[in-house]
Design a binder for this molecule. Structure first.
Ligand code: NDP
Length: 289
């Protein structure tokens, strides 16, 4: 006996979510602002709802995945959520999530916020992880259904935590992409192709370097930033060479310059040059401690 679910929003991601629910055997009601996007799902057995309100009325568990917070409000504005559980998988900020949770509570609905750490093709597969936040009991109740999307990971009771983790993880990813773009621009400036450089050198290098992150994280948590071998004074001197070489090659330094600026600001403020990069985290706090 699988629980009925309503899915609001059938863009690339919402359609993948609805498809995974159908595959797992859930009676699935779907709605999208532009109706034809429901067609392939209806062919797979989904029920088309004529409005978002009708979709919400059709199932106790409502999964919403639309473009952004404004779209969520527009989509669900006319729906009666009383007695429902709204699982909001729309990308947003922690503040969006807290406001949506309060709005759901006013209507008598339970609320979970979620961050999808996958692209649509990964939904339902082993590499998909979705992070949820909201009341533990609500998560536990629906975790078996939400497992249709991939690993369901609970971040905590504050509804904003899933978005916080999601955006923190995306920060890590975009940092990696920034480094990739700059690295490829550098080798291409010498007339090389990026493909072989990427597979033979960059991926093994960066993959290996991820192993230092838990050590840096321990330093951040303990406040003991003493390096195990790569001091900041040395790294700042070397970092300047990245920027100089880029300029010499006719490249913009805009992706790489900020970390160099942070290192210099740390050292100029009297930060210990014998510390590791982990010491820079403190420089990012602009308010409070
Ligand atoms: P798409 O651009 O494919 O789809 C956007 C969806 O939002 C469509 O269903 C669209 O409806 C709907 N929408 C936009 N504005 C409104 C509105 N005013 N009222 C009602 N519905 C509206 O995006 P995705 O499906 O890829 O992304 C959906 C969410 O999932 C986003 O928040 C995204 O950040 C998140 N996400 C996406 C990932 C991805 O790789 N695709 C990865 C992780 C998260 P219509 O069809 O009528 O335009």
């Amino acid at each position: 006996e699988t629980a009925p679910v309503a899915v609001i929003g059938l863009g690339d991601m919402g359609a993948a979510l609805a498809g995974a629910l159908l595959k797992a055997g859930h009676p699935t009601t779907v709605w999208n602002r532009t109706p034809h996007k429901a067609d392939p799902l209806v062919e797979q057995g989904a029920t088309r709802a004529a409005s978002a309100a009708a979709a919400v009325a059709a199932a106790p568990l409502v999964v919403a995945c639309v473009l952004d917070d404004a779209a969520l409000r527009q989509a669900l504005g006319g729906a009666d959520l009383d007695g429902r559980t709204l699982v909001n998988l729309t990308n947003g900020t922690p503040a969006h999530a807290r406001v949506a949770a309060a709005w759901a509570a006013e209507q008598g609905a339970d609320y979970l916020d979620g961050g999808i750490m996958a692209v649509p093709a990964m939904i339902g597969g082993a590499d998909c992880r979705v992070i949820y936040s909201g009341p533990r009991a609500v998560f536990d109740e629906h975790a078996p259904t939400l497992g249709a999307f991939g690993e369901a990971r609970y971040a905590g009771a504050d509804p904003g935590l899933a978005a916080l983790h999601d955006l923190a993880l995306l920060s890590g990813m975009y940092g990696l992409i920034s480094g990739f773009l700059h690295a490829v621009a550098m080798v291409r400036s010498a007339g090389e192709k990026s493909g072989e450089f990427t597979t033979a050198e960059l991926v093994p290098w960066v993959s290996g370097m991820t192993a230092i992150l838990p050590t840096l994280a321990e330093q951040v948590d303990s406040g003991d930033f003493a390096t195990e071998g790569s001091n900041l004074g040395m790294q700042a001197a070397g970092y300047a060479n990245i920027l100089d070489a880029a300029r010499d090659a006719g490249l913009s330094t805009e992706l790489m310059a900020p970390l160099g600026t942070l290192m210099n600001r740390y050292l100029e403020a009297g930060g210990a040059p014998g510390n590791d990069l982990s010491a820079l985290v403190g420089m990012l706090h602009t308010t409070g401690a």
